[in-house]
Design a protein around this ligand. Structure first.
Ligand code: S3P
Length: 430
């Protein structure tokens, strides 16, 4: 338990900040670097706890992964040389490790058992177990095989044609990774585009993968070739400071080298539509991933409706968007976001509970929230529900409260943004 008391800060946020590497891309770099034969290097790797769980998993399977600060050197002979892990693999709090590793383990012809923390044990795994089972892998676990701890016996997979029943990049990625081991073609169709880092990185590693109109096709015909990966800054981490600049009057803040993959930049579109001034400069591309510098300048915000196809493009940013909405003139309505109930915690409950305690006018709905601005937030004691994104949202809220914000436990922040408080202090307590 690490309780913090944050006193209000009224000074604007100015200057520049480089946020840590992208969590989704970091996981995928370890996975594909381990599946590829040869030496892969990863620069600007996110050393947060979630991504380290993926590193540990491959070390247990026999892959050599050396870490030097935020650089990784992965030396692999490919999955044909992986060995059965003697001990169960521990995935901690990481849903991405869990879902994507199940896709990999489904292809490996041996037994593995896996488990996580209490939050991960409550998260649904049937969404990946179902398609991977159809491909030929065997799973068992709690709740009729749909929850961790879980056992897997993989190998002998057949390609499938699978239409995603939920908008989930983790499910899509699990099936595509299993497709690398399957006989024949594996096809995944999605109705709405979800983050496509797996597809882009598979291309960069030389896989036989194509995509047209949300229809992805992959085969096992081309073994992956080692590559050098640079991980752009995490737009989901940048979102906390973008929002901070959007709600603290007088702010003008530049976040450098932020990932700008279209499937992730819903937060930028929403803050712009709410009225914040955002400029993007120095755009570059690496491994198919766009990144650049994002400058956000404070301007009065207004309430908007957030629904439909944009939801997967900002699903992880909805907690901090809800905070921005408390400072926007009029009403903000968030719909079609029921998936929030299946994240590290039920984020609809956690966000509405936390912001209500701080004095906001916010109501939960079955698949979202309704927020009435503009409320002056008072402050008080709040719970982060062991969820990194809830803890960081509440910490950003303290920039505009009248009194202290006391957060029960902020240790979860180490999952995705170990330097968060250092960065917050640097920007606000000059
Ligand atoms: C992720 C996909 C999203 C997101 C999660 C990371 C990924 O989950 O919420 O934080 O890296 O693929 P879903 O695919 O379950 O929506």
């Amino acid at each position: 338990m690490k309780e913090v008391t944050l006193s209000p800060v009224s000074s604007p946020l100015t200057g520049k900040l480089q946020v840590p590497g992208d969590k989704s891309i970091s996981h995928r770099a370890v996975i594909l670097g381990s599946l590829a034969e040869g030496k892969t290097t990863v620069g600007n790797f996110l050393t947060g706890e979630d991504c380290m769980r993926t590193v540990d998993a491959f070390r247990h399977l026999g892959v050599s992964i050396e870490q030097d600060g935020n650089s990784l050197a992965i030396d692999s002979q490919g999955p044909g040389h992986f060995t059965e892990s003697e001990s169960p693999l521990y995935f901690g709090n990481s849903g991405t490790t869990a879902r994507l590793m199940l896709g990999v383990l489904a292809g490996l012809p041996f037994f593995t058992s896996v488990y996580g923390d209490t939050s991960l044990a409550a998260r649904p795994m049937d969404r990946v177990v179902s398609p991977l089972g159809k491909m030929g892998a065997w799973f068992d676990g709690r709740k009729d095989g749909s929850n961790f701890p879980m056992a897997i016996r993989g190998g002998h997979l057949q390609g499938i044609r699978y239409t995603l029943p939920i908008k989930s990049a983790q499910v899509k990625s699990a099936v595509l990774l299993a497709g690398l081991f399957a006989e024949g073609v594996t096809e995944v169709m999605e109705e709405t585009a979800s983050r496509n880092h797996t597809e882009k990185m598979l291309q960069a590693f030389g896989a036989d993968i194509t995509e047209t109109n949300h229809h992805i096709r992959i085969t096992n015909q081309k073994p992956l070739k080692a590559a050098d990966v640079y991980v752009p800054g995490d737009v989901s981490s940048a979102a906390f400071f973008m929002t901070a600049a959007a709600i603290v009057p007088g702010s003008r803040l530049t976040l450098t080298n932020v990932g700008l993959n279209h499937s992730r930049t819903g937060i930028i579109d929403v803050l712009q539509e709410m009225g914040a001034l955002i400029e993007i400069l120095n755009e570059q591309t690496t491994g198919g991933e766009k990144f650049g510098d994002v400058t956000i300048t404070y301007q009065k915000l207004k309430g908007i409706v957030i629904e439909g196809d944009i939801i997967p493009r900002l699903i992880d940013e909805l907690p901090v968007i809800a905070l921005a909405a408390t400072q926007a003139e009029g009403e903000t309505i968030i719909r079609d976001a029921r998936e929030l109930r299946f994240k590290e915690t039920d984020r609809i409950k956690a966000v509405t509970d936390g912001l209500t305690r701080l004095g906001a006018d916010i109501k939960p709905t079955e698949d979202g929230m309704v927020i009435k601005g503009t409320s002056g937030l008072t402050g008080g004691k709040v719970a982060a529900y062991d969820d990194h994104r809830i803890a960081m949202m509440l910490a950003i809220a303290s920039l505009i409260t009248e009194q202290n914000v006391i957060i029960d436990d902020v240790s979860s922040i180490a999952i995705s943004y170990p330097d968060f408080f250092e960065h917050l202090n640097m920007l606000t307590r000059k």
